[in-house]
Design a binder for this molecule. Structure first.
Ligand SMILES: [Zn+2]
Length: 210
């Protein structure tokens, strides 16, 4: 997986000692292959781990399970705590900003593609993802201001957006044909239907087949 987006989440849990391992247990209980986030940032309610500690979840090159409809093209960061009840701690913000900046640089992700989970609805409004992936969640929480978070991050221009426009006609025709074939036979791939939808709604693919 090569991520285009960074999605910020809250654990939505007010208890103590919540961390990567606890979330790993929750997600295994859902029959997932373990923790669905790529990173976890500890808060000030852990007896052994320091406030602001960054823990690794799923490897960055593996598709996560944290934002249905965007999983195959995003990294998920979960801040421990309950974003509807408490703001992230200052130490969590400090770690969040440096982690996001590192990922933005490593994967050439522009600040406009750093979103809160609830902003999946903005992507749906913009037809970047299918409207069936709208979420009713407030995640990362009502206390969390995503615009403020984005303002703390450096802006990197996204040169990738212009590349699709340069594809030649033959590539466009080939892609249109390939998608038509996949669509026609989609019933044969029940497990891949979400991935197929994500692919078809990918802005570069839309630009390519327009
Ligand atoms: Zn979330």
């Amino acid at each position: 997986m090569y991520p285009e987006y960074i999605v910020v989440h809250t654990a939505a849990f007010s208890g103590e000692n919540c961390d990567r391992d606890m979330i790993d247990e929750w997600h295994k209980a859902r029959n997932w292959s373990g923790i669905g986030y790529h990173f976890v940032i500890i808060n000030d309610k852990h007896n052994e781990k320091a406030d602001g500690t960054v823990e690794k979840g799923r490897p960055s090159n593996k598709t996560g399970a944290h934002a249905l409809g965007l999983n195959s093209r995003s990294l998920g960061i979960c801040c421990i705590g309950h974003g509807d009840k408490d703001d992230f701690t200052p130490a969590q913000y400090e770690s969040l900003y440096s982690l996001i900046q590192r990922l933005m640089t490593e994967f050439s992700i522009p600040v406009s593609k750093v979103i809160g989970h609830r902003e999946m609805n903005v992507l749906a409004d913009q037809n970047i993802i299918s409207s069936r992936y709208r979420t009713s969640k407030s995640c990362p929480g009502n206390k969390i201001d995503m615009n403020f978070i984005r303002q703390q991050l450096p802006s990197i221009s996204n040169s990738n957006e212009h590349e699709a426009a340069e594809l030649d006609t033959q590539s466009r025709l080939a892609m249109t044909k390939a998608i038509a074939i996949l669509q026609k036979h989609r019933q044969q791939f029940p497990n891949a239907q979400d991935e197929l939808d994500e692919f078809i709604h990918h802005p570069e693919i839309i630009a390519m087949t327009r």
